[in-house]
Design a protein. Structure first.
Length: 338
């Protein structure tokens, strides 16, 4: 029997309420994972704000999950107690056309942690083995919960969708955020040249330290600056309407824009002539597969990608931390420590 202080979202726009919670036995195909850390994501705030109307309330929020297996359901053979595991942010159905071709990130029947299933704001979480990847030696504990939502999501976007090659210029918008700081490292690891766009001057030194080769600013016509550097082979667009047009104009002929985030739900305008003339591609990229997650953990194990953690908090500090995240006061990701 395992109990811990766990966070609950009981109603939309309500605070996260901390409760002493006893986790149920794992189902036949699940394991109970003991977490040292779980991740806090901007998506958790959007869930609280009612952005995902189908959230099954009350729920334990959080989809950034990983740790050590401490108990197995009776059909589990793929992992053992004592194994370190990292979880996808969802449970795939395993049966659809996408799941059967290694594209489970596109599964229309997937169930997301923290929205359809109880999630990570708890020391103990039950997770289906369909979502789990074993963590190799050498991966720091802090990297485990954020691997699927951050590192592997970026591997999917930069490597699979963007098809990065050595020497590619990669413009990363919103580079000072928790996603961007990892994107810089992944671009570097694959031999690309990261160009970081940020609106926060105080983050610039840190961005250079992480490997950014140039920094451009959202308020300027940064497409002119990127053009001077030869243009972008890939844009990783993580902001939306504020940067989209300049990002598009930063692409060189044959360039790829991979859209991974959208801070503001306003639609953007799309100059069709421009993308036709330059043969540009715009693709959306959504979350990660188990294959991406394995690749991400290998990048962590080799030390090529290090987790950038801005703050470790106790579960009791979660509501205050949401305010800090909304005010963009934190550089890097936030972890809850148990
Ligand atoms: Zn996340
Ligand atoms: Zn499926």
């Amino acid at each position: 029997m395992y109990r811990s202080e766990s966070g609950f979202l009981n109603k939309i726009n309500g605070d996260i309420v901390i409760k002493n919670y006893e986790i149920p036995e794992p189902a036949d195909d699940e394991v109970t994972v003991e977490q040292k850390y779980s991740g806090v994501c901007f998506r958790d705030i959007l869930t609280k704000q009612g952005f995902f109307p189908r959230v099954a309330l009350p729920i334990i929020p959080g989809h950034e999950i990983g740790g050590t297996v401490i108990k197995k359901g009776k059909n589990v053979t793929s992992v053992n107690t004592g194994d370190r595991v990292s979880s996808l942010i969802y449970v795939p159905c395993g049966k659809c056309e996408f799941c059967s071709t290694g594209q489970e990130n596109l599964c229309p029947n997937k169930k997301s942690f923290g929205e359809a299933l109880n999630g990570g704001y708890s020391k103990y979480v039950n997770v289906s083995t369909d979502s789990l990847v074993r963590v190799p030696a050498g991966v720091p504990e802090e990297a485990i919960p954020i691997a699927a939502c951050v590192t592997a999501m970026l591997v999917h976007a930069i490597v699979k969708m963007g098809k990065i090659k050595k020497g590619d210029n990669v413009l990363i918008t919103g580079a000072g955020g928790g996603v961007g700081v990892h994107a810089i490292q992944i671009v570097k690891a694959f031999g690309g040249h990261p160009i970081a766009e940020t609106s926060s001057q105080w983050k610039e030194d840190e961005l250079y330290k992480l490997g950014a080769e140039h920094i451009v600013h959202a308020n300027d016509d940064f497409n002119t600056d990127v053009k001077k550097l030869g243009g972008a082979d890939i844009v990783l667009e993580d902001v939306g309407i504020l940067t989209f047009n300049k990002s598009l104009r930063s692409l060189k002929t044959g360039g790829r824009m991979i859209v991974i985030g959208n801070l503001n739900p306003e639609p953007v305008s799309l100059p069709l002539g421009l993308i036709i003339l330059k043969g540009n591609t715009i693709k959306g990229s959504i979350t990660s597969t188990k294959e991406d997650l394995k690749m991400a953990l290998d990048l962590n194990a080799s030390g090529n990608v290090k987790p950038v953690i801005g703050k470790k908090i106790g579960i009791n500090e979660i509501n205050r931390t949401y305010d800090d995240m909304l005010a963009r006061k934190i550089f890097g990701r936030v972890l809850i420590e148990y």
